[in-house]
Design a protein around this ligand. Structure first.
Ligand SMILES: C[S@@+](CC[C@H](N)C(=O)[O-])C[C@H]1O[C@@H](n2cnc3c(N)ncnc32)[C@H](O)[C@@H]1O
Length: 230
């Protein structure tokens, strides 16, 4: 559908009819050939911000390791990727052999003041708004004082934005699917945008700075969020 080596429409439908975790197990081998894998241009922009940083890094919901590989390039300490899909982790271990990948639920992160930098890419849609405080509390706990949680999001798109309209239709279909079928496949677009994301981070104990990710190009609407543990 996206790439000759990517999943077919049938495979994507099968994924969406499974649970969130099982869906990623099914998709894992083909995930890197989908647009769901975070584009290198975004990773490069975050790497440029992190250049010169040191210490240990955590990639939350690491998938096949795109963010972890970026952290490995910029940090001098230990890098850990955490995800709950064993299928995705298997691919991540092949992709980035010099990173430690651990299986776990991002809403129950087991780390305490262990990292200087945390990142997460492409995963906020898997957490309902009511679940986000748990996710953010775990990331906050995992960071050392002064540690940074760095990620990319955007402002709310205008009401007439065409892409946002498609996302809203997708969300509505997901809601219907999750009413009718169990276990749920949790994937909702537009649910961790600014300014609400900033308010949720501040409530979790972060000091938040927001910058444009890049001045122009396809990601001109994207915002780099640097949330520092007080
Ligand atoms: C769209 S992929 C993004 C992967 C990678 N971060 C990237 O940008 O390429 C979302 C990932 O989040 C993981 N995920 C979703 N919910 C999770 C949870 N509660 N705990 C751990 N991982 C989770 C999925 O298994 C999947 O690997």
């Amino acid at each position: 559908m996206f790439h000759p080596d990517g999943p077919t429409l049938f495979e994507l439908a099968h994924q969406a009819l499974s649970s969130t975790r099982r869906g990623y197990d099914l998709l894992a081998e083909k995930f890197d050939f989908t647009p769901f894998r975070t584009p290198d241009a975004i990773l490069d922009a975050v790497a440029a911000h992190l250049a010169g940083s040191s210490g240990d890094g955590l990639d939350v919901c690491c998938g096949t390791g795109a963010g972890a590989a970026m952290l490995r390039e910029v940090l001098d300490g230990r890098v850990v990727g955490v995800d709950w899909s064993e299928g995705m982790l298997e691919v991540a271990r092949r992709n980035v052999p010099d990173v430690t990948f651990e299986q776990g639920d991002a809403m129950a992160l087991p780390y305490r003041e262990s990292f200087d930098v945390a990142v997460s890419f492409g995963a906020f849609g898997h957490f309902r708004v009511g679940e986000q405080p748990l996710l953010l509390a775990g990331i906050h706990r995992a960071l050392r004082p002064g540690g940074r949680f760095v990620f990319v999001t955007s402002e709310h798109p205008g009401p007439f934005n065409r892409t946002a309209f498609v996302y809203r239709v997708f969300n509505w279909v997901m809601k219907v699917r999750n009413r009718l079928l169990q276990p749920p496949f949790v994937m909702y677009y537009l649910n961790f945008l600014l300014p609400e994301a900033q308010q949720r981070l501040e409530a979790a104990g972060f000091e938040v700075e927001v910058r444009p990710l890049s001045a122009d190009g396809p990601f001109s609407r994207a915002r780099l969020v640097i949330a520092t543990k007080r």
